[in-house]
Ligand binder design. Sequence first.
Ligand code: AP5
Length: 224
Amino acid sequence: MSELDLILFGPPGAGKGTQADRLRDDFQLAFISTGDMLRANVKQGTQLGLEAKKYMDAGELVPDALIVAMAVERLQEEDARDGFILDGFPRTIEQAKALEKQLHDLGRRVTAALLIDVPDVEVIRRLSGRRVCVKEGHNYHIDFDPPRREGVCDQDGSQLVQRDDDKPEVIENRLRVYHENTEPLIEYYDDHGLMRRIDGTRPADDVHDHIRAVIATLRLEENV
Ligand code: AP5
C-alpha cells in the first residue's frame, strides 16, 4: 500500500472544514466532504438532495444507505486513486465497515483517523458565530475569523450567511447525534490502532501545524 487514505473527524464545528481547506493546499490528496457533497445536491435540487435536506435541517444523520452509496461512488473517481482525506465520513460504525469493505476490495486500507477534539461548549460558540459564503462555502467566524468587510466573502465577494443547521436548537441536536452515533468510532479506530488525536481547541494555525506533522510522520511510515 502506498496511498495515504485519511479520515478527518470530530464533533460538528470542530474545524474539519477549516483544516481541510488548508490541507488541500499542502498535500496532493483528494478531499471528500460528505457534508459539501450533500449541500451541492440540495443546491442542485437532485433527488438525493431533496431526500437529504430534511435530515440535515433537523441535525439528524442522512440514512447510511444513501451516504454509503454516494461515498463509495466518489471514492472510485480518478483523483482518489492516489489517496484521500475524508471529512464527515464515516459517521457511524456501519459506515466505517462499508468504507473498510470498499477499500479492501480496492486492495487498500484506512491509514489513520484524525480526531479533531473540541468540547461541546466550544462547538456551540463556534457554530453560532460561523458564517459561510453562498458561492463556494468559504468559512468565517464573526469573532475568531471575521471577514475584512462584514457580510462579504474575502475570497470571492459573495454574501455571507448562517447555515440553516447552525440555529441553536439544531446545534444541540447535532451534538446529541454526534455523541450517540459518531463518538463510538473513537473506540473503533483505537482498537484498530488507527486513531490520532488532535487538540482542536488551539488556534486554527496550531491545529493545522499539528495535523501536518501527523501526516508528515504517516508519510514517512508509509514511505510515500
Ligand atoms: P457536515 O457539513 O459534515 O457538518 P459537521 O460535521 O456538523 O461539521 P461542520 O461543517 O458544521 O463543522 P466543521 O468541523 O467543518 O467546522 P468549521 O471548520 O466549519 O454535515 C452536515 C450534515 O450533513 C450533517 O448534520 C448530516 O445531516 C449530513 N451528513 C454529512 N455527512 C454525513 C454522513 N457521513 N452520514 C450521515 N449524514 C451526514 O468551523 C466551525 C467554525 O469555527 C467556523 O466559523 C470557523 O471559522 C471556526 N473555527 C474553526 N477552527 C477554529 C479554531 N481552531 N479556533 C477558533 N475558531 C475556529
